[in-house]
Ligand binder design. Structure first.
Ligand SMILES: [Zn+2]
Length: 281
């Protein structure tokens, strides 16, 4: 057995419930994707996976709303309404089709649905601090919202330089670096130490051994968030990787739910979900 000294690991390997250690997934999608079969990619399928793994709350942005912006975030809104106890969304921002006035109005009308915004600068072809994004980021900054941004090492659209420009300009945003500037691990850890509002998301990070330990050592476990890209990757794999890592159970709890709870505590809806008895004392 890996990590027999970890109480959490032993309980999870033995298949016992993880009830006093809920998991909040900060990076997910939803729906089908062209050219690949994604098992359990519907909301119901994802919920089955979440229940099996112990994921209590999932923050997602559906494929349709990210890549077919004519849908105007309607899939995200409908899916959160269908199960507000387990799902919240990021409002998709695609600068190729943006309409800030309409979008921000829609966001305001659906404050209970969204924790913030999601974007993919490398996919969409505009750097993170491009003028087209400005109204969204100013709004997120003044409202203290989350921005989950795809980030990748070496990219001039969403690599460390663009992110630093963003972080200096919009300090009120809780910035979640999706994939943690993949590959530029040391720089990511340094940045997380320098910018209190920057969090490192583990999605796709665990394909490289030792990075989680490096993040915890250099940036601190309180700067790391659980994220999976579900339905692309499975939470069991990520939970297993965290339980197998050379860090403490207290540090694991930070990553699984404590940091997430701190970030989300500013939202009224989170207080209501928390009261329903699923939270460790
Ligand atoms: Zn993603």
């Amino acid at each position: 057995m890996i990590n027999p000294d970890s109480e959490l690991a032993v309980r999870f390997w033995e298949g016992r419930k993880f009830l006093d250690c809920p998991v909040i997934d900060f990076h997910a999608h939803m729906g089908e994707w062209r050219g690949i079969y994604l098992p359990r990619c519907s909301q119901e399928g994802m919920l089955r996976t979440m229940d099996r793994a112990g994921v209590r709350l999932l923050l997602f942005c559906g494929h349709e709303d990210l890549f077919a912006p004519g849908t105007r975030n309607s899939f995200n809104i409908e899916r959160v309404h269908r199960n507000p106890d387990r799902f919240r969304a990021y409002f998709a921002v695609n600068p190729n089709y943006s309409d800030p006035e309409e979008d921000l109005k829609l966001f305001q009308e659906n404050r209970e649905v969204f924790a913030g915004f999601k974007t993919l600068p490398d996919y969409f072809g505009y750097p993170l601090t491009h003028e087209r994004y400005r109204p969204y980021w100013e709004f997120a900054d003044s409202e203290g919202l989350l921005v989950l941004c795809h980030t990748w090492g070496g990219s001039d659209r969403d690599g460390p330089e663009e992110a630093e420009k963003f972080l200096r300009k919009y300090p009120g945003v809780t910035f979640i670096a999706g994939h943690s500037f993949h590959g530029e691990w040391e720089r990511a850890a340094e940045m997380a130490k320098d910018y209190p509002q920057l969090y490192l998301d583990l999605c796709a990070v665990m394909d490289d051994r030792g990075v989680l330990e490096l993040f915890v050592e250099r940036a601190g476990s309180e700067k790391v968030l659980f994220g999976t890209d579900l339905p692309w990757f499975d939470p069991h794999y990520y939970i297993g990787a965290i339980l197998s890592a050379d860090i403490s159970d207290e540090e694991r709890r930070d990553i699984f739910y404590r940091n997430g709870a701190k970030i989300l505590s500013k939202f009224d809806w989170f207080g209501r979900i928390r009261k329903e008895g699923w939270w460790p004392s």
